[in-house]
Design a protein around this ligand. Structure first.
Ligand code: BGC
Length: 248
């Protein structure tokens, strides 16, 4: 079975039909730039272009970088235009896509679901925490393979600040931190999450996971195993389609 997956990111909107049995894109993905400011109307138009590129007429799953409840309602927008809050994504995108059925989910939850089925978390039981380090910090928490949605662990407090303001990969760039300096912050953050959840495994995602060799070896004193995500670029697209199938 195929569902169309769309990953809405700060710089690009990427999508493709997803083969749910293989956990992979069924066709080469299409990408358009995210409009700035990334308002609901502008993003909906970008998503329309991506979906129309394939002439797709079936169900669509979307990621969003905030809390999304019931597969539809946007509740928070920490790093995107505030006008998203209380938007019904099912209505907004459904109308723009000529009535196609739409499901929206948190971006880290989508990446986590894909990693648990087809990537670094495959066959892992117990508690697994996936963290994405990008503009913010996203989280997906699993217990025996089942997702606890919308955990938002990037907003935990660390040294009197929101963790994502201190330890995201944007914070590394903004504060011009070395890998060593940044790894110390990430280590402190992981230790805090470990204290709360005692996971067996941390999966580290987001664009920076491609450079895992530069910072994961510097992290000490965390009991859980720590591994980089495996699906990288396409985890959001694949996970959006998988979650859409689960929530329909
Ligand atoms: C948002 C999360 C999101 C994460 C990564 C955070 O600021 O609150 O919902 O998953 O950024 O995009």
């Amino acid at each position: 079975m195929q569902i169309f997956g769309v990953d809405i990111g700060g710089s690009g909107i990427k999508g493709a039909p997803v083969d749910l049995d293989k956990g992979d894109l069924a066709q080469e993905r299409c990408k358009v730039l995210t409009p700035q400011p990334a308002t609901p109307d502008g993003v909906a138009e970008g998503v329309r272009q991506v979906v129309e590129h394939f002439g797709w007429k079936g169900p669509v799953g979307l990621t969003f970088p905030g809390v999304v409840t019931g597969g539809a309602t946007i509740r928070t927008a920490a790093n995107v235009d505030k006008s998203w809050v209380d938007t019904d994504a099912r209505v907004l995108f459904g109308e723009r896509l000529g009535g196609l059925p739409v499901t929206a989910v948190n971006d880290a939850d989508a990446a986590g679901v894909a990693e648990m089925h087809f990537g670094a978390g495959r066959d892992r039981r117990g508690t697994v925490v996936l963290l994405t380090f990008g503009t913010g910090i996203g989280s997906a928490v699993f217990t025996d393979g089942r997702l606890v949605a919308n955990t938002e662990l990037g907003h935990l407090e660390l040294d009197g600040h929101e963790a994502e303001k201190r330890a995201s990969s944007k914070a590394k760039d903004d504060h011009e931190l070395t890998w060593e300096q940044w790894a110390r912050r990430v280590q402190k953050y992981l230790a805090h999450v470990e204290m709360l959840f005692s996971p067996e495994l941390f999966i580290i995602g987001g664009g920076v996971s491609r450079k895992a060799h530069k910072f994961l070896p510097l992290i000490e004193g965390v009991r859980a195993e720590i591994v980089p995500a495996q699906l990288q670029n396409n985890a959001g697209i694949v996970g959006a389609a998988m979650r859409a199938a689960e929530l329909r």
